[in-house]
Design a protein around this ligand. Structure first.
Ligand code: ZN
Length: 138
């Protein structure tokens, strides 16, 4: 199978739609990060990481194929797909940073400021309850 055949196998309209939807989802997770509790944030950042890994691999593969293709073989759909893939990867990176920062915030005691290595319910330093529910955070 040559490079062009390999690319033709992909339904780009469908792929682009999927990428757009995923970008929307990532943006929603990022925006609601301050409302999520630590369990949700842990779950979201894990799935963000998985997505990032998958799409970075796809992007790398695509770059390799692009290099071997003549310029005129790269059509509009393929360029669009490339664009959305890149946009998604950068949004996933931002989302992950936001979620990780929030997760770090959950490890700090609001009363004494002690920073824990892991998520805990009770502060190891002063014994007060850590704000694991978002309502206590804001
Ligand atoms: Zn404390």
């Amino acid at each position: 199978m040559n490079k062009n055949e390999e690319l033709e196998k992909i339904d780009y309209q469908e792929e682009i739609k999927n990428l757009q939807e995923t970008i929307g989802l990532v943006e929603r997770i990022k925006k609601s990060a301050h409302k999520l509790d630590s369990k949700d944030i842990t779950k979201s950042s894990e799935s963000c990481e998985e997505l990032l890994e998958t799409y970075e691999m796809a992007y790398q593969r695509m770059e390799e194929i692009f290099e071997q293709l003549p310029k005129d073989a790269i059509g509009f759909e393929l360029e669009q797909y490339h664009f959305f893939l890149k946009a998604l990867i950068s949004r996933l990176n931002i989302c992950l940073r936001v979620l990780r920062k929030k997760l770090e915030d959950f490890k700090i005691c609001s009363k004494c400021g002690h920073k824990h290595k892991n998520l805990v319910d009770i502060c190891e330093e002063c014994g007060s309850e850590l704000h694991l529910s978002p309502s206590k955070l804001y």
